[in-house]
Design a protein around this ligand. Structure first.
Ligand code: ADP
Length: 194
């Protein structure tokens, strides 16, 4: 029993900023539940499924997603390919392949990570998609330190939105409070510099 005044409101973490004509959001949550037109998958080069976000997206989308992925012939690191979203709320999944941090080393990893975000947005633009949700690519099994990845991810998305108002909303969906806080801090630092 909770007595009056002690009821805990679920605290929704959210930060929203305007970049040129577009909205950039940070939320704490689960990417599979997003209602953006597209969600981005942190995929591996086979595009045949895996753990982490990839596993969660395939489970939520259903087996047709893997069937379509099998027809794509994989995806290079730093690139992205699109499929339908099947049972997801999102109409599309954009499968982006980020770098394995320790395989590439910090400099090459940074280029490839930026490329994965940029290519995802280019694929969205090519398909007339106006809203995209991203997870924190490469920061799970691929070992990219989140404090390093967050400014690269945010900077790349901000640069893209400045010249591509066709994308109306980009939402970063951060898994857990620590991830949310790292992205929030990074975004505040970028905005303070600009
Ligand atoms: P990668 O192989 O690119 O590192 P992972 O899926 O292992 O991809 O992890 C990427 C990030 O996604 C991690 O920070 C992880 O905590 C987060 N993550 C895991 N499940 C979800 C989910 N359902 N929604 C959003 N983010 C998630």
């Amino acid at each position: 029993m909770t007595s009056a005044g002690q009821v805990k409101e679920p605290k929704e973490e959210i930060m929203q900023v305007t970049i040129n004509k577009s909205r950039l959001e940070l939320v704490e949550g689960d990417i599979t539940e997003q209602d953006t037109e597209a969600i981005v998958n942190a995929a591996n080069p086979t595009l045949l499924g895996g753990g982490g976000v990839d596993g969660a997206i395939h489970r939520a989308a259903g087996p047709e997603l893997l069937e379509e992925c099998r027809t794509l012939g994989g995806c290079r690191t730093g690139d992205a390919k699109i499929t339908k979203g099947y049972r997801l709320k999102a109409k599309y999944v954009i499968h982006a392949v980020g770098p394995v941090y320790h395989r590439e080393g910090p400099e090459r990893a940074a280029e490839l990570l930026a490329s994965a975000y940029r290519r995802s947005l280019e694929v969205a633009s090519e398909n007339n998609i106006r809203s995209v949700a991203f997870p924190s690519i490469s920061t799970g099994a691929y070992g990219y330190p989140m404090e390093e990845a967050a400014p690269i991810a945010l900077r790349t998305v901000i640069d893209y939105l400045k010249s591509h108002p066709d994308i109306e909303l980009v939402r970063f969906v951060l898994f857990g409070h620590r991830a949310y806080q790292i992205y929030e801090r990074a975004l505040k630092e970028i905005l303070a510099q600009d």
